[in-house]
Ligand binder design. Structure first.
Ligand code: ADP
Ligand code: MG
Length: 244
């Protein structure tokens, strides 16, 4: 029985003459892990920006979250409604400890979600399996994977309905990707819907229940991961992307 938590209809984002996201429509079902793939520059991050309003919403189309239109809403309202994202770049506050970084996310999001910020912070750090030493470490001193875990904890502290991840596997070793895979499945099993962007297909194929492929800002195809990667147009889009 379909139960869409997020619905996009004709979402478009233009920058001057460039159409970075071109008439994109899809639905994410409550509880699933939904993957978005595509070559570099295909509009994946811009699509996330359009959904979360950070730093901007779409120039056209509709985004509906839990039955409410959110395109055009302020980013903090969208976040507090239960839609949290991570970014491609590293965590923002190199001098703060891991615990302080997650607590900041908690102060931003927890007031409306009703959780006590300290408890929520510790719980989010438990989820990403940070021990006490790492909780007190400066963000700048964490490993690449540690920073990714911290970004995920900073999003989870607000108890989101949807966790959106922008290329979380980039820069990670194979064992770290396997650990990330297990972490995402664990988070999903607690009832969090996950929307994940990856340029590298391995992680996406292993965690996603459905996969959408973007090319030049538009939806090339969408379906079960095993069907999507066999689509000759997908092979062409990736190989056509030269160094990709
Ligand atoms: P991906 O995340 O798939 O690599 P992006 O969404 O970052 O792709 O970029 C899609 C296209 O939009 C690219 O051509 C990029 O140069 C362009 N673009 C992204 N952000 C901006 C911006 N703020 N201003 C102008 N062009 C942008
Ligand atoms: Mg990107």
């Amino acid at each position: 029985m379909p139960d869409p938590i997020l619905n996009l209809k004709g979402v478009t984002k233009t920058f001057g003459g460039l159409t970075a996201v071109d008439d994109v429509s899809f639905s994410v079902q409550r509880g699933e892990i939904f993957g978005v793939a595509g070559p570099n520059g295909s509009g994946k991050s811009t699509l996330f920006n359009c959904i979360t309003g950070i730093p901007f919403g779409p120039t056209g189309g509709e985004v509906t979250f839990k039955g409410v239109r959110i395109d055009g809403q302020r980013p903090h309202k969208i976040f507090r409604a239960g839609l949290a994202r991570t970014f491609q770049k590293d965590a923002e506050f190199p001098d703060l400890s891991a615990r302080e970084t997650v607590a900041l996310g908690g102060h931003y999001g927890a007031s409306i979600r009703g959780s006590a910020s300290n408890d929520a912070t510790e719980k989010a750090l438990d989820t990403v399996e940070f021990d006490n030493t790492r909780r007190d470490m400066k963000t700048a001193d964490l490993s690449i994977y540690g920073k990714k875990q911290l970004m995920i904890a900073s999003a989870l502290v607000a108890a989101p309905d949807i966790l959106m991840l922008d290329e979380p596997a980039s820069g990670l070793t194979r064992p770290e990707i396997a650990a990330l895979d297990a972490l995402l499945l664990k988070v999903n099993q607690t009832g969090v819907t996950i929307l994940i962007i990856e340029h590298v297909l391995g992680l996406l194929l292993s965690v996603s229940q459905r996969l959408l492929l973007l090319n030049n800002g538009a939806v090339l195809t969408e379906g079960l991961p095993e069907d999507v990667i066999r689509d000759p147009r997908v092979v062409e889009a990736y190989l056509g992307g030269a160094a990709a």
